[in-house]
Design a protein around this ligand. Structure first.
Ligand code: CA
Length: 220
């Protein structure tokens, strides 16, 4: 089931959207503040975000701009309170994938959401570029400055996980989840070993260790 993060402080509207999208087969995590939205988006559990602009602790537009600066790539549908052209332009400039002016039909929200999720899925299947490094899911290949680098299946899975969310720290256990199948036995230092090998192949400084937290990929 596809999980959506909904950020909306109006209770009636929030409940309506949760129910409406629920009927369309989405699982909706509803939050009401920027702080909760930040936490929700960082969980990595969602396929997309529906974001209100006027929130109790600030503007959804500011949060969206912050997300995009940090490389957060989830598709975002903005809910604009007023039918102001300036809001819409600012929204699209901040990195919204689409917007919907209140009041709106739940069926329209659902259709718009479906469209941005579909577009995002198309993007996700294409190559990811981090500086000189290219990770191609379709070809299951890693290229550095245009030259293909041979990596194992598990090294590829780790690199793929890290490059999906550039700059974002993934913990050892999150990476273990990506390289081991369900109920497969996990070797205790496997992630470290794979990271070590990957660094030897793509350059030490492309994968940063964040002490006590995990690893992240950085552009070089
Ligand atoms: Ca609001």
């Amino acid at each position: 089931m596809m999980r959506i993060l909904l950020v909306e402080d109006d209770e009636v509207l929030r409940d309506g959207i949760v129910a409406g999208l629920g009927l369309d087969g989405y699982e909706v995590d509803a939050v009401t503040t920027l702080a909760e939205a930040r936490e929700g988006a960082a969980s990595g559990d969602h396929a997309g975000i529906v974001l209100d602009i006027g929130l109790p602790d600030g503007s959804g537009l500011d949060l969206l701009a912050e997300w995009r600066r940090s490389g957060m790539k989830l598709p975002v549908l903005l809910l604009t309170a007023r039918n102001l052209v300036s809001d819409r332009i600012e929204g699209l400039d901040s990195g919204a994938d689409d917007y919907l002016g209140k009041p709106f039909d739940l069926s329209e929200l659902s259709a718009r959401l479906r469209a941005i999720l579909r577009r995002a899925a198309g993007r996700a299947s294409s190559d990811i570029e981090i500086g000189e490094l290219v990770v191609s899911e379709a070809r299951r290949a890693v290229l550095l400055s245009g030259k293909e680098i041979a990596v194992s299946r598990r090294e590829f899975a780790i690199l793929r996980a890290l490059t999906e969310r550039p700059g974002h720290v993934l913990s050892r256990s999150q990476l273990e989840d990506r390289i081991y199948g369900w109920q497969e036995e996990v070797e205790s230092n496997a992630v470290e070993v794979h990271i070590h090998k990957l660094r030897a192949k793509i350059g030490r400084d492309r994968i940063e260790t964040v002490r006590g937290e995990g690893y992240r990929i950085v552009a070089r």
